[in-house]
Every structure is written in structure tokens, then in C-alpha cells.
Unconditional design. Structure first.
Length: 184
């Protein structure tokens, strides 16, 4: 028998052994959880359904003799995560691969910020001459391409405005303008 026939035979036998496991299907309640849009709601739904499934599986399993505890267990303390309000400034320019500091419960103010004012705290240069600008609020912006006519120095005030198609332009106090994108 050739190697490919042996491989096919082994794969067929393996599939026959696994098929009863997958034949049980997924409960409809878990499928319903997967269709929820909000992450927090979906997670809560999955947690609730898994707790119900494990509880029903434990009640169906034969009871084992459990030795009596010798000491009273300490109470479990559950701490809630700190509630961090998200400011408009923190959300300005956050897109793409940049992780957002969002939660479903706390949303930034209804009207999005159209421009951001700041001061340049640090200026770095990438290998091909593009600038990386760190602002006084901790945000970091970079030029997607080098612009030789754009000059900026530490301590200079800047304004970043949102333009069409999600692009951002940085204007210095001296009037120099360049396209930028937020990286942190």
C-alpha cells in the first residue's frame, strides 16, 4: 500500500473516531451569544451559558465523597476595574492598529473633536527623515512621508486638524503644515 493510501486510511479512521464528539452540536443559546455585537454583552452571555452548562454537567455526574473542610475558607473579594473616563483628546486620531482605550460603558462626549492643540515635547527622526513628534499630552504623531520644508522644534505649539478620508494635518505656530498620523 502506498504512503498516500495509508495516509488517507489513517485520516478516515481518525475522522470516524472524532465524529461522535462533534456530532453533539453547539447549544442554540451559545449560538445566540455569538450573534451579540457588544463585546461586554457577548462575554456576559458566554459566561452565563457556560456556568449553566457546567452546573448541569456536575449535577448529572455521580456525587463523590468530599472530605469536610478543616478550616473556614477566606471570603473571596472581587474588585471592580477602575472606571476611567475617556476624554475627547484621548480618542482624537486613534484609528487602525492603534489600540483604543474604549469601553462599552464609557463613551467619549457625543460630538467628536475636530482639532487638537498641543505643544511639542520631543522630536525624533526616522531613518528616511520622517519626523516623530511627541506632544505634551503624551500622544505621538508621525509624518507618513518626509517633507523637507516642514520644520518644528521642541516647545513649539501645534494644532492637529482632521481632514477628509480620516487624514490629519499638523500646523505649527510658525505656519508650517504637514500630514501626520497618530501612532500612540
Amino acid at each position: 500500500m502506498s504512503f498516500s493510501r495509508k495516509l488517507l486510511s489513517f485520516t478516515g479512521l481518525l475522522a470516524l473516531g472524532i465524529s461522535p464528539v462533534f456530532g453533539q452540536g453547539v447549544p442554540q443559546s451559545i449560538v445566540d451569544c455569538a450573534s451579540l455585537r457588544k463585546d461586554s454583552s457577548r462575554l456576559a452571555c458566554f459566561d452565563r451559558e457556560i456556568a449553566e452548562l457546567t452546573a448541569s454537567a456536575q449535577s448529572a455526574a455521580p456525587a463523590r465523597a468530599v472530605p469536610a473542610p478543616t478550616a473556614t475558607p477566606a471570603p473571596v473579594v472581587v474588585s471592580s476595574p477602575p472606571s476611567n473616563a475617556i476624554s475627547k483628546e484621548d480618542e482624537f486620531g486613534a484609528s487602525g492598529n492603534l489600540p483604543r482605550k474604549r469601553s462599552d460603558e464609557k463613551k467619549p462626549a457625543d460630538t467628536p473633536l475636530q482639532e487638537l492643540h498641543g505643544t511639542v515635547a520631543n522630536v525624533k527622526t526616522k531613518p528616511y527623515g520622517e519626523l516623530i513628534l511627541e506632544l505634551d499630552n503624551g500622544q505621538v504623531w508621525e509624518q507618513p512621508e518626509k517633507k523637507s520644508t516642514f520644520l518644528v522644534k521642541v516647545g513649539e505649539g501645534v494644532v492637529i486638524r482632521q481632514h477628509k478620508l480620516g487624514s490629519f494635518f499638523l500646523t505649527t505656530d510658525a505656519g508650517a503644515v504637514t500630514r501626520v498620523r497618530r501612532i500612540r
